[in-house]
Design a protein around this ligand. Sequence first.
Ligand SMILES: NC(=O)c1ccc[n+]([C@@H]2O[C@H](COP(=O)([O-])OP(=O)(O)OC[C@H]3O[C@@H](n4cnc5c(N)ncnc54)[C@H](O)[C@@H]3O)[C@@H](O)[C@H]2O)c1
Ligand SMILES: [Zn+2]
Length: 302
Amino acid sequence: MQLAKFDLSNYKDCLIVTDGKLQELYNIYGDNIFVIPRGELAKNFTTVQELCSWFLSKNLRKNQTVVAVGGGSVGDTVGFACSIYKRGVNVLHVPTTLLAMVDSSIGGKTAIDLDGVKNAVGSFHLGDVLLDVDFLNTLPNDQMQNGHGEILKYRMLTQQIDDIFARCNIQDTIWACAKWKQAVCEIDPFDQGIRQRLNFGHTIGHAMELTLDIPHGLAVINGIYYETLLAYKLGLCDQNYLNKWQNEATKLTNICPTLTETMLDATLQDKKNDNDLVTFVLPNKFERVQLPLSQLKDLLLN
Ligand SMILES: NC(=O)c1ccc[n+]([C@@H]2O[C@H](COP(=O)([O-])OP(=O)(O)OC[C@H]3O[C@@H](n4cnc5c(N)ncnc54)[C@H](O)[C@@H]3O)[C@@H](O)[C@H]2O)c1
Ligand SMILES: [Zn+2]
């Protein structure tokens, strides 16, 4: 992983994949460029098949690298295609959204959607990462908020990142989050232990994303707000801790004022669950906690 300016002319010998918006914004043209649809529309077998056919037509060999320039959607799709083409070719991720810089480009998870199910098909395929924070200059505010949801999570997970964030340097903050995720993924590459801490805020977050149809980042900020409340009600953190972090979450977005039974029912769909227990990693120790849905409702709906 490196912090550097992305210079297209350094990658003349590589195949580069991006989306149409980034192509226009950053003048990414040439014989070695392939454009895939924007956002979630890219994450399907059609795009993966088109990519693999293009790799073949370009005679991509196992020792060559494919460069994925884009947000998490480009990274997930290109990463997946690279993991299956000739049983695996190298990928270099050049993340262009804040979310991709601090989260999706690191750790090797790739995925596409199938039959309306998000990330239904995927693989683990570690790539290299080049971080160029100048891409953020063109990123719309709602997309910045998606990344800030994840950064809030990292700030709660490590005091060191919260201290760096307090110095108001976005590049240092991104680097610290990315390095921390990389270190955690090296210890637990297949998500069996400590890597699960990165799911903090995501059990209730995913349920709200699903039921309210709101962007991921917004849902994660809400998830962090309510999962911290849950930790407090279970006696896992004190009132000061709760106030501090709920206040930080409120600074980032308007928090949905109440949770509903439908939202909590949706937590059962989370893939981390065993049987009918809902699984969380809760502050302030970020250990795994499993609760029956009825107890969750008693704690959060009253
Ligand atoms: N693999 C993982 O570990 C992991 C983790 C989290 C999320 N994800 C996945 O990431 C995806 C979301 O990714 P995302 O939030 O990065 O958004 P995205 O990749 O879907 O991009 C959203 C939009 O932003 C535009 N965009 C990207 N960079 C830009 C820039 N610098 N300036 C202007 N516009 C720009 C894109 O063209 C697109 O229209 C989801 O599919 C999610 O499942 C994967
Ligand atoms: Zn997330």
